[in-house]
Design a protein around this ligand. Structure first.
Ligand code: MGD
Ligand code: MGD
Ligand code: SF4
Ligand code: MO
Length: 682
């Protein structure tokens, strides 16, 4: 099958590998062995042939002249980007000889992998790599940069990442897009909502920034950053007071509603308005709309959980549909993530049994800078793949200082010489997902998909799977698990499925049918994975874990007295830092802007379009002011993880804190404070 695809020209089904909830079905057009066009697959049941602008221009990235073709060895200073090509043999030999020395002198925990989901293919993102580093005994990485605070919070309420089937939201009459820039980050949820609007549905957006999504809303509600749990509690107060709750539903499917009713007394609309900045009348209007429209659906974003209190915010919002009983109506409920429906057997895929020393230390990826500068005993080698920490990780000045250490041996495996790769001793060229075999599971819709290679590896590039097989062999590890083929890994993992929703899905099914849906018929609101099996409005487990057992508003951490809360989110035409080095996508995005309120701009004598400096105790960066009323006074918002910045070249993450959120060790990108000033030209 693979060989056939590779030999032939034509149009081939494929899947988008980017870390995006939509996980679109694609059609790849190939001529003379080269991909010439990528479009949406009209047969995909959810994404239906529509794809984003980013991926429509993917060929510009795949064949970007800057793409790596051979392994490289550093010749200049760390960070300055001078390298010379070497062979794979030399690269692997250099890595393995250094690692053997570190293991002998400092033990295996002196080596640390650093990865995320630059490629969402399960085998390449969390398969052979995990097996290899378990076998080696390397320090473990807590992969907490994206969504863990919110997922942990949601789990306390709902028992797992289980939400509404998005295909059913065609029936929805009220969409609340809560802290999600869906136009850019979940476009098909927005497409469904807009279609539903033609049948009378309303779209409400609650956000700190009236961005692409807020501008599409029937009603945009601006809110102060980090205060969303107060708004949700105020809504609960009114739902109970005005008898808009479904007591039968609560009795049957929840625990703790009596305690909750008592508890939300204190969150009266006046108090909530003072916390959130949302006018009292709007709190009433929103709640009445929510309490009387059915089916109602809340799309909970990732943005609002990138805060000190992000876990509790999501835990709290997740209680709302249980008060109204929205879960019982087709198209009602909420989605934070639907990951649990397609969850594979991670022990089968990753083989944690290969790790001998179960006490191996673990580092949180959000604190990479601190880890590289302060870990005791130190980390002497870092292996980065599927990630670009010099740009995406908080406190990036600390990260870069750590990466500059002379006694740190760094390997980066990527398609490009990223800002991170510039600090590497050895750089390895990676294949794109279109050159790989892998299985994909969306965290929004319910379809699993298989990618089969469409084109030959670019230059001498190799997949993550292949690199870890090579490293295992060179290290002398003879475990069979470390030589499994791409197909075997997928076969093994799916055959050992311990998840009732996908027990019918096998590798062969994925080969035959491009899109195989989870079977959620055994899903029951009475058999959730919470301790009680029900929706937990009151959670004893939370109390045990040191959190308030009832949903609660907790304020952001008080930082030093800088006047602005800084919210640096992703943008429309990049995918995190991916595409931020591709001319086409940079052109589409134009400039890195900082959105600020005109009152603040006036006070600071800043005009629209001027370059301004943002700074705090952690760092500084330069952005172009976008002055208007899209953000509240006291808040500044940037979009995009730009790699190439003006001035001192520091990126937005030079300013973000590496404090951890209230739950799951999550990131707090949006809870930092900054100062803003005009750049004087003298
Ligand atoms: N085009 C594009 N798509 C992407 C990505 C990308 O980089 N570009 N990244 C992908 C990834 S990895 C992820 S995790 C998702 C992220 O995508 P989303 O889930 O949409 O999350 P963000 O864009 O980080 O933030 C969403 C919104 O939250 C708002 N926000 C920030 N703080 C608060 C708050 O306290 N309260 C409220 N109500 N709103 C707040 C921001 O202004 C923003 O509009 O998107 C994925 N899709
Ligand atoms: N300020 C701020 N920072 C943020 C965020 C934010 O909203 N604001 N969002 C955070 C979030 S939610 C996330 S998920 C992280 C994402 O952060 P990262 O996971 O680091 O995502 P990317 O920046 O897209 O970098 C992925 C890299 O993987 C490479 N890659 C792609 N495919 C492969 C492959 O098959 N093999 C190998 N070896 N490499 C591959 C790409 O070329 C790219 O350089 O960023 C976080 N950082
Ligand atoms: S980035 Fe998202 S919207 Fe764009 S093609 Fe990929 S999955 Fe679809
Ligand atoms: Mo993410």
């Amino acid at each position: 099958m693979h060989a056939n695809l590779l030999k032939k020209d034509g149009i081939f089904p494929s899947v988008c590998s980017l870390d995006c909830p939509d996980q679109c079905g694609l059609l790849v057009h190939k001529e003379n062995g080269k991909i010439v066009k990528i479009e949406g697959d009209p047969d995909h049941p959810v994404t239906k042939g529509n794809i984003c602008n980013k991926v429509r221009h993917m060929t510009d990235r795949l064949y970007d002249p800057k793409r790596l073709t051979t392994p490289l060895k550093r010749t200049g200073k760390k960070g300055d980007g001078s390298f010379t090509p070497i062979t794979w043999d030399e690269a692997i030999e250099t890595i393995v000889s250094n690692w053997k020395r570190f293991i002998k002198e400092h033990g295996p925990e002196s080596i640390l992998p650093y990865s995320f989901y630059g490629n969402m293919g399960n085998s390449n993102a969390e398969g052979m790599d995990r097996r290899f580093f378990y076998r080696l005994g390397a320090s473990q990485l807590e992969r907490a940069i994206c969504s863990v605070a919110g997922s942990t919070g949601y789990k306390y309420t709902m028992g797992g990442s289980v939400g509404t089937d998005p295909e059913e939201t065609t029936e929805t009459k009220l969409f609340i897009m809560w802290g999600i820039n869906a136009v850019s980050t979940n476009m098909h949820q927005m497409t469904i909502a807009q279609k539903a609007r033609k049948n009378g549905a309303k779209i409400v957006v609650i956000d700190v920034h009236k961005n692409q999504t807020g501008r599409m809303a029937d009603w945009f509600i601006p809110i102060r950053p980090g205060t969303d749990s107060a708004l949700a509690l105020g809504m609960m107060h009114i739902l109970f007071a005005e008898k808009m709750v479904d007591r039968d539903f609560m009795k049957e499917f929840t625990v703790g509603y009596a305690e909750l009713e008592e508890h939300v007394q204190q969150y009266d609309p006046q108090t909530v308005s003072e916390i959130t900045g949302v006018p009292v009348d709007d709190i009433y209007a929103l709640t009445r709309m929510y309490g009387t429209t059915s089916p109602s659906f809340i799309r909970i974003g990732n943005g609002l959980q990138h805060h000190d209190n992000g876990g509790m915010i999501v835990r709290t919002i997740a209680c709302l549909p249980a008060l109204t009983g929205a879960w019982q109506v087709k198209g009602g409920g909420a989605i934070k993530s639907n990951k649990s429906f397609l969850r594979h057997n991670s022990a089968a895929l990753q083989r944690p049994d290969l790790l001998e020393n179960k006490q191996t230390r673990t580092f949180n990826m959000n604190q990479l800078g601190k880890v590289l500068l302060e870990a005791d005993p130190p980390v002497y080698s870092l292996f980065v793949y599927n990630a670009n920490p010099a740009v995406v990780t908080p406190e990036s000045n600390k990260v870069r200082k750590g990466l500059s250490r002379d006694d740190l041996f760094t390997v980066v495996h990527d398609l490009f010489l990223t800002e991170t790769a510039k600090y590497a001793d050895i750089v390895l060229p990676a294949t794109s997902a279109f050159e790989q075999t892998d299985f994909y599971a969306s965290y929004w819709h319910h379809y699993m998909q298989l990618q089969q290679p469409v084109v030959e590896p670019y230059g001498e590039s190799k997949s993550n799977m292949e690199v870890f097989r090579l490293l295992a062999a060179a290290m002398g590890y003879d475990d069979e698990a470390l030589q499994a083929s791409d197909e075997e890994l997928i076969q093994e993992t799916l055959a050992q499925s311990n998840n009732p929703f996908i027990k019918h899905i096998r590798y062969e099914d994925l080969v035959k049918n491009h899109y195989v849906k989870a079977d959620r018929s055994s899903f029951s609101l009475k058999k959730l994975d919470t301790p009680s099996g029900k929706i937990e409005l009151y959670s004893e487990l939370m109390a045990k874990d040191g959190h308030p057992p009832l949903p609660t508003y907790t304020p952001l951490v008080e930082e030093e007295e800088f006047p602005f809360l800084f919210v640096p989110g992703p943008n429309h035409n990049f995918l995190n830092s991916t595409f931020s080095n591709n001319e086409k996508h940079i052109k589409l995005e134009k400039t890195a802007k900082i959105h600020m309120n005109k009152k603040d701009a006036e006070t600071l004598n800043i005009e629209d379009g001027e370059l301004v400096r943002l700074w705090n105790a952690r760092g500084e960066c330069e952005l172009t002011a976008a002055v208007g009323d899209n953000v509240l006074p006291g808040v500044v918002v940037s979009q995009g993880l730009w790699a190439d910045m003006p001035g001192k070249k520091q990126t937005v993450n030079a300013l973000t804190p590496d404090r951890l959120a209230d739950m799951g060790g999550g990131a707090t990108f949006f809870s930092g404070r900054v100062n803003v000033e005009k750049i004087s030209l003298d």
